[in-house]
Ligand binder design. Structure first.
Ligand code: SF4
Length: 218
C-alpha cells in the first residue's frame, strides 16, 4: 500500500473545466504519466522521479486545511494518478475529514484504486480506458484536436451504452447517468472550431473550456 506519493504541486483554486467548473477546489497533482499524449499541457509531470515524495498523512492535513478555507472538494489529478495505488490515500483522507468529497481526474488506463465521490474520465484515443472506468465515471471529457477525436467521442459513448445494457437493473440507475463534455485542446484553433460545431449539433454533449487558462490562474 502506498504511504508516500510523488507530488508535482498542491494548490487551492477554482475548478476550471468540466461539470464542476467555477467551484472552489483543492488540487493535488501527482507525478508520473506514461500515456504520452503529444499535446499534453502537463508534460512536466511525466517523470515522477523529479518530484519529492509526500506522506499521505501530510497531504491529508493539507486537504483538511483547504476544506476549512473554503474548498468544496479535493481533485486528485496528474500526470496519471491511477499509476499509483490510491486505496490507502483515499481511506486516510476520509479518516482525517469525513466530509471532504474526493474527485479523481484520470485517463482510465489503469485499474481503479481508491473510493471517489466523482470521477472525471478523459480517455485517450491511443491508450483506451478500462471497461470499469467507463462504467464507474460520472463525467466523460474528450479532448478535441482533430476530426478523429470526434469519432472517438462517439465510440466511447457507444461503448458506455453497451456496458450499461449489460448491467443489472439496480446497478444501472446509479451508474448510468453520465455527463459528456468535449474540450478543445488548448491553443488549437481547429480543435476549437470542431468542438463548437459538434456541441451545436450534438445536444447530448456540452462544450468544456479551460477557463483557468483564460483567467491566468492555476
Ligand atoms: S494522460 Fe494526461 S498527463 Fe498523461 S500525457 Fe495524456 S494529457 Fe498528459
Amino acid at each position: 500500500m502506498t504511504k508516500f506519493l510523488p507530488v508535482v504541486e498542491t494548490f487551492h483554486s477554482l475548478q476550471g473545466e468540466g461539470f464542476h467548473s467555477g467551484k472552489s477546489a483543492f488540487f493535488i497533482r501527482l507525478a508520473g504519466c506514461s500515456v504520452g499524449c503529444s499535446w499534453c499541457d502537463t508534460k512536466k509531470s511525466w517523470n515522477s522521479k523529479k518530484y519529492p515524495l509526500k506522506s499521505i498523512d501530510e497531504l491529508s492535513i493539507e486537504i483538511k486545511n483547504a476544506k476549512e478555507n473554503g474548498a468544496s472538494f479535493l481533485v486528485i489529478t496528474g500526470g496519471e494518478p491511477l499509476h499509483h495505488n490510491l486505496e490507502l490515500f483515499c481511506k486516510k483522507i476520509k479518516q482525517t475529514n469525513k466530509s471532504v468529497a474526493i474527485h479523481l481526474e484520470t485517463s482510465g488506463v489503469n485499474e481503479l484504486s481508491g473510493a471517489y465521490d466523482w470521477i472525471t474520465l478523459s480517455p485517450k484515443r491511443h491508450s483506451p480506458p478500462t471497461n470499469d472506468l467507463l462504467k464507474l465515471c460520472n463525467e466523460v471529457k474528450i479532448i478535441i484536436n482533430d476530426e478523429e477525436d470526434l469519432i472517438f467521442a462517439k465510440t466511447i459513448k457507444n461503448k458506455i451504452f453497451e456496458i450499461n445494457n449489460q448491467m443489472k437493473k439496480n446497478e444501472f440507475n446509479k451508474l448510468s447517468k453520465k455527463n459528456y463534455f468535449i474540450q478543445p485542446s488548448w491553443d488549437n484553433k481547429n480543435g476549437f472550431a470542431l468542438a463548437m460545431e459538434f456541441a451545436k449539433t450534438h445536444p447530448d454533449w456540452s462544450l468544456s473550456l479551460q477557463t483557468h487558462k483564460y483567467l491566468n490562474i492555476k
